[in-house]
Ligand binder design. Structure first.
Ligand code: AGP
Length: 369
């Protein structure tokens, strides 16, 4: 086992640090910005069905559901296709409406999650075309999907999903760009910019991983916290949900992820001088709004930990702790901004003496309802 961990103390840490390679592997042979090439071999026969889709329904659970939420933004922004992101467990019991022009995406690391499998079977029985985004080659979901794309992140052993998440975002982004290009809903310029920027992501994730020591120090300060709130907007809203899920599953600290603007409709009541609030506040189209949300938390004496874009001059004047990540396109930022949150949950869990690779009550793949 020590050999399999490759010198890391836990599988989770190894997998966090593998992300630059995993994202690179996911793009290998598929994307070349130089040649303007974006080819997804697993999406052929039904590619036109996807390009002409009237609606995309995404079904998934847990972290994979968070990837689906980011993908909703991709498909809507780039392809102008309406998207619904569904918890597989809810979708399957709801007699959902599936129309002729709908396509379904199932996202799953393991490809064995019972609820996701059942949701696909239901959608298939209603005539839907299913695209699978799985990590495990030959898994049940990959086999029953009509077509799809593997994430090629390599085996993920830690129960807390890390590299599968960033690889899912990579694949989903490539699919959305490929569809948008064919549909003509993205300008050539933006398409090319995003291909170049996608290729730069592994190096940016590598840089974000260098924050490890700084994040360890922040973790020391908050290891005994009883609650955490994670807030983000736009592309960073699903990142807030993912940060909170990571923390609760491995450290057993209660954590809530929320869209930052929704805070004033309830969770703001929780904020006092004891409450750590993690803002994912990178420079994007909602930046100014997020700055106002930070001020609202400060006014109530919350302790702000902010993930910001390198060089941000404003937020460091407000936040107790600032974590600077490299700049990238806002659509790709989740792949970078999630890194410090994975590290934060990892270090806090280790400091609390938790079993990070096999947290209590959890299984790597949930093959029961
Ligand atoms: C993630 O850290 C979790 N352990 C869990 O939410 C997981 O993402 C979920 O069970 C879905 O699994 P899948 O991707 O293998 O379908």
């Amino acid at each position: 086992e020590a050999i399999e961990k490759g010198g890391y103390e836990h599988f989770m840490l190894k997998e966090i640090f593998e992300q630059p390679r995993a994202i690179g592997d996911c793009m290998r042979g598929r994307l070349s910005a130089n040649e303007g090439r974006l080819v997804l071999g697993g999406i052929r026969e039904y590619a036109n069905k996807l390009v002409n889709a009237e609606r995309i329904i995404i079904v998934a659970c847990g972290t994979s559901w968070h990837s689906g939420l980011v993908a909703e933004y991709f498909f809507e922004e780039f392809c102008r296709i309406p998207v619904e992101v569904e918890y597989a467990s809810e979708f399957r019991y709801r007699n959902p409406v599936i129309n002729e022009g709908d396509v379904v995406f199932a996202i799953s690391q393991s490809g064995e999650t019972a609820d996701t499998l059942a949701a696909i079977e239901l959608a298939k029985s209603k005539g839907a075309i299913i695209f699978g985004v799985c990590n495990v080659v030959g898994s049940s979901i990959s086999r029953i999907s009509h077509e799809g794309a593997y994430t090629h992140a390599g085996p993920e052993i830690g129960v807390a999903s890390t590299k599968a998440f960033t690889a899912q975002l990579t694949v989903l982004n490539m699919i959305a760009l490929r569809v948008a290009h064919q549909k003509g809903t993205i300008t050539e310029r933006r398409y090319h910019e995003l291909l170049v920027e996608l290729e730069n992501i592994p190096a940016k994730v590598e840089k974000a991983l260098k924050l490890d020591d700084q994040i360890k120090a922040i973790s020391e300060r908050f290891q005994n916290a009883r609650n955490f709130i994670y807030l983000g907007r736009g592309y960073n809203f699903p990142v807030a949900l993912e940060g909170a899920l990571k923390l609760k599953e491995i450290s057993y600290i209660h954590a809530e992820g929320y869209p930052a603007a929704e805070m004033k409709h309830g969770p703001i009541a929780l904020i006092d001088e004891e409450m750590p609030v993690v803002f994912i506040a990178t420079r994007d189209s909602s930046y100014d709004k997020v700055v106002s949300n930070i001020q609202e938390v400060k006014a109530r004496k919350g302790k702000v930990i902010a993930v910001v874009t390198e060089g941000d001059a404003l937020i460091p004047q407000m936040a107790e702790f600032v974590i600077e990540v490299p700049k990238t396109d806002e659509a790709l930022m989740p792949m970078v901004s999630v890194i410090p949150l994975q590290l934060l949950s990892y270090h806090i869990a280790v400091m609390r003496g938790c079993n990070v690779d096999q947290p209590r009550n959890l299984a790597k793949s949930v093959t029961v309802e």
